[in-house]
Ligand binder design. Sequence first.
Ligand SMILES: N#Cc1ccc(Nc2nc(N)cc(-n3cnc(CCO)c3)n2)cc1
Length: 286
Amino acid sequence: QFHMIKHEDLTWKESLGQGSFTHISRGSKTDQRDGVTHSTEVLLKVLDANHKNCWESFFEAASLMSQISHKHLLLVYGISVHKSKNVMVQEFVKHGALDLYLKRSTSVSVSWKLDVAKQLACALNFLEEKNITHGNICAKNLLLAREGDPSADNSPFIKLSDPGISMALLGKDVVLDRIPWVAPEVLDTLEIELECDKWSFGSTLWEIFNNGEAPLQGLDPIQKQQFYEHFSNLPVLEWTELADLIIQCMQYQPELRPSCRSIIRQLNSLITSDYEILHATGTHPK
Ligand SMILES: N#Cc1ccc(Nc2nc(N)cc(-n3cnc(CCO)c3)n2)cc1
């Protein structure tokens, strides 16, 4: 079900940090095609040795991304299993994770953020049409392939990363730490459905429009759990129409959350209204 890559065809370069139970490095893979040796820059995602029991879920996440291809879904080249090393070999996405990029960037425009949000909505719509739930939508799992340069009139381009190890295996503390991205109903069942991705989309929208600041970042796991027990909502953004979309996505009743098509329609009208506001008053909504 996916391409097996030989360990000797991989070269590790610098470490780039870690996710849940994994760590990532820049690297390269060599392969022979019509007698010529090609070297490709890759991202090597290694499952921590002390979580070897999660290897099935780790590779299941990879195979989810390999079964389907879409311009906004990360390309997974294959996997490599050698001794106790379980490695997922991914395309190297030039500008890395969106949360870090937003934290570092000062001048990201509203239209840039709306463009990114729409790309994520399109990726989710594609998954929804195939009845596939991602289960870990957040800015950290959005990778920036192209920065977009307003003067050169080109726009950003994002890729949705693999969901990583399923929450059923991650343990309660990791699940609590994923509040408010994880949908409230998941806390009881640890089962993820399509509606869960809509809740997470709302939380990710909040992140994007708060320059990568993690929502509820100051709260400890207990306070995060209480946030759900009290049916709380994230702090409202100033742009009312955008705040409305976030609230719709983050409805505690899953069946009340909007379809992806509705999300895309609402983003399109925000894009046009943003455009009109800009050209009417020369100023941007907050
Ligand atoms: N400075 C810098 C820099 C760092 C990384 C990349 N590239 C890249 N490519 C990928 N396929 C995945 C990731 N990645 C980043 N963080 C995670 C964990 C959370 O998902 C995954 N980064 C490019 C530049």
